[in-house]
Design a protein around this ligand. Structure first.
Ligand code: ZN
Length: 246
């Protein structure tokens, strides 16, 4: 894991596999965090509460720290929405990263000074790859969303902002229960588009809309079945039109 060189600790971390390109930003963040820690020989590891002058936690220092933060209500809304949704933890984490512009799109990698040969969208190759573009506004993915909204008999201009997009609830979904189910479907759509994007980037797969639609329908059905006790729709009915089964 590391050794002392004189009075300085040198990390020598061994990993079980080579990093995927999309993991590199997290790896560099990790290296950056480690580089800020200065170890001292002969001293035990301890917890240190940075906001407190003495390094120990106190309610007073936590309260003072909270007062210095600018609380953004829309951020709180994002968090509560994500963790309330009946979706698997991996999907909730994906959603958290999506809402915080933390998915490793070409534009985000470029922002972190990672050199890429091509920053264009792997679906249309016509626009830079941003989160909003790849998941929502690209002609290719827009067609997917349109097909999904047709399940609800809805055609409309969809918002470009991911949070507003999730919160666009067609009038036909007139109860909290139906809205919640739609949000699970929304997550399954975004999740599968992102997986398809990764398959195109890393495995050079071809985008096939009907194949993606089948995966979206299956994912949404599985998530609802596992997480909602009252959901007993058979898959053959669900697969005909999920909108009619909500
Ligand atoms: Zn595109």
């Amino acid at each position: 894991m590391g050794s002392w060189v004189g009075s300085t600790w040198k990390w020598d971390l061994k990993w079980r596999r080579i990093w995927f390109e999309w993991e590199l930003p997290q790896f560099r963040d990790h290296e950056h965090l480690l580089s800020r820690v200065s170890l001292q020989q002969g001293r035990q590891d301890t917890s240190y509460w940075i906001p407190g002058l003495s390094g120990t936690f106190s309610v007073r220092s936590a309260y003072k720290e909270l007062q210095t933060l600018r609380v953004d209500c829309s951020q709180i809304e994002k968090f509560s929405q994500i963790w309330d949704l009946p979706i698997p933890p991996k999907a909730a984490i994906f959603l958290w990263r999506l809402f915080h512009n933390a998915l490793p799109t070409a534009s985000n990698l470029l922002r972190r000074n990672i050199a890429l040969e091509d920053i264009s969208c792997p679906f249309c190759h016509a626009q830079p790859e941003t989160i909003s573009h790849i998941l929502l506004t690209c002609n290719v993915t827009h067609a997917v969303w349109n097909e999904c909204f047709l399940w609800l008999n809805t055609t409309t201009v969809l918002p470009e902002d991911p949070v507003m997009h999730l919160n666009f609830i067609p009038a036909v979904l007139d109860s909290k229960e139906k809205t919640q189910k739609w949000r699970v479907i929304w997550c399954a759509i975004a999740w599968n588009i992102w997986n398809q994007r990764n398959a195109c980037v890393f495995r050079h797969d071809q985008f096939v809309q009907q194949k993606l639609m089948k995966e979206i329908i299956l994912t949404a059905w599985k998530w609802l079945r596992v997480k909602q006790n009252k959901f007993h729709i058979p898959f053959y009915l669900w697969s005909i039109n999920p909108g009619l089964c909500i």
